[in-house]
Design a protein around this ligand. Structure first.
Ligand code: PMP
Length: 458
């Protein structure tokens, strides 16, 4: 039964948004949806229509909208105590820190709670600079690490940049993208890039990988003072950049190179953490690396604002030279929610399901790639999926914004909400609450077929 909407009418809400909210606040679709209720993988609009949510509030709803167990944990804590700013001991924050640390490799055992992904990456930048005594940081082109003044420098997509000095001391290396990059490559996905034949895999490393590593080496040689690197930041799979996976072996070799230049390695797990990639709890595990600092947010709280930085005691020790404090980070409600999310992930075997349903999803979308020339690339792991749309598969010219919008709107009209991203805005992003099932996948593919009919693309 669809919940009834009781708020102000649609036109009134649109007017309020236009008058009082950030004018570049992203709204999806040609006509924004007014969503007022959600349950697991479903969202409901003001007319009572139900949608399958394949974007989960930008990869944030991990175990399901208003998941009953998470809801109960939040409600119980709200009835007891919301906040004390960590000036007293509180059992939930300590339990949560321990449980989170147990999910990470043994050396990563000190947790700093913050409230957003940008805040987490800001703090990670500061940690790396303090620990190494160096200032310069490298991130990858096409990455997204946040929009705060510090992290806007790490984020390497011009569309997210303002005209002020936000990238001081930050350098961007070439993005190792097997589909759009210079040298093709194999990736860790059930669906290979059409350009995988441009590269050989020897001992789990792609031949294109070395070429991208050479480019990283050039950044180190030409742009930085010798041996003065503070950190290298990378998403385990690029999220906002359009679910870009690196050629096999890239991250491992990049970490080795970075460490040989004295830098720390930071894995941004804001989108890829908490089982989303299926095979592993953390995206970096799929690359066979252990970072020095891990940042996390989004799925961590299933939509509740929580984030964290986890690092080694050695790094934490350098942070102890001054006081460090965060008013809301790890508050009792956030911690109660965080613990319950970890429990649900375990009880419902969410990671295993993400692998099973995600692999089925990827194979189903790969069939669409064979049928429709506008589907250029299908990629990802688990429920971290991208479908890159092009004018034709030979030129790989990005599909026009007009046609992207048409497909996007048609899917929405048929009840499927996709995400969109990529540097050219031509990648459909599928990163749903991880409770979706095979029926939801079949429904999505039927809807996509309808939206992709050449006669419907005018
Ligand atoms: N890192 C990644 C990989 C992200 O996708 C995002 C948000 N899209 C951030 C950091 C920043 O998170 P927040 O919006 O919570 O500041």
């Amino acid at each position: 039964l669809c919940p009834t909407y009781k708020g102000p009418d649609y036109d009134e809400v649109v007017k309020l948004k236009g008058t009082f909210l950030n004018p570049v606040l992203v709204t999806h679709f040609s006509q924004p949806l007014l969503i007022h209720d959600g349950h697991m993988q479903w969202l409901f609009d003001h007319t009572g229509k139900r949608y399958l949510d394949l974007f989960g509030g930008i990869v944030t709803v991990s175990v399901g909208h208003c998941h009953p167990k998470v809801l109960a944990a939040a409600t119980e804590q709200l009835n007891k105590l919301w906040h004390t700013t960590n000036i007293y001991l509180h059992p939930k924050i300590h339990e949560y820190a321990q449980r989170l640390a147990e999910k990470l490799p043994a050396d990563l055992n000190v947790v700093y709670f913050v409230n957003s992904g940008s805040e987490a990456n800001d703090l990670a930048m500061m940690m790396a600079r303090l620990y190494t005594g160096n200032f310069d940081i490298i991130s990858l082109r096409n990455s997204y690490h946040g929009a705060s003044p510090y992290t806007a420098g790490l984020t390497a997509q011009g569309t997210w940049k303002y005209n002020f000095a936000n990238g001081f001391g930050i350098h961007n290396a070439i993005n190792p993208d097997p589909y759009r990059g210079l040298w093709g490559g194999h990736r860790d996905s059930p669906v290979q890039s059409v350009r995988s034949n441009e590269s050989e895999v020897v001992d789990g490393v792609c031949s294109s990988t070395q070429k991208y590593i050479d480019q990283l080496q050039e950044v180190l040689m030409y742009s930085l003072p010798k041996g003065k690197l503070a950190a290298f930041f990378a998403e385990s799979i690029q999220g906002v950049g359009g679910t870009v996976q690196y050629p096999l072996g890239y991250l491992k070799k990049a970490f080795e190179l970075v460490r040989s230049h004295g830098g720390l390695c930071v894995s941004d797990e804001v989108q890829t953490g908490f089982g989303r990639t299926g095979e592993h709890f953390w995206g970096f595990e799929g690359h066979g690396v252990v970072p020095d600092i891990v940042t996390m947010a989004k799925g961590m709280g299933n939509g509740f604002p929580i984030a964290a930085v986890v690092t080694t005691s050695a790094v934490a020790k350098t942070m102890s030279q001054a006081l460090h404090f965060n008013t809301f980070g790890g508050n009792p409600v956030a911690s109660a929610v965080g613990v319950s999310v970890l429990e649900v992930l375990e009880e419902e075997k969410t990671q295993e399901k993400a692998l099973e349903v995600g692999t089925y999803f990827l194979h189903s979308l790969a069939k669409l790639r064979e049928e429709y020339p506008v589907v250029g690339d299908v990629r990802g792991k688990g429920l971290m999926i991208g479908m890159e749309m092009v004018q034709d598969s030979t030129s790989r010219t990005p599909l026009s914004p007009h046609l992207m919008m048409q497909i996007w709107d048609t899917c929405k009209d048929h009840g499927v909400l996709l995400g969109k991203g990529g540097f050219h805005g031509n990648v459909f992003r599928i990163k749903p609450p991880m409770c979706i099932n095979r029926d939801d996948v079949d429904f999505t593919v039927t809807v996509l077929r309808q939206a992709l009919q050449p006669t419907n693309l005018l």
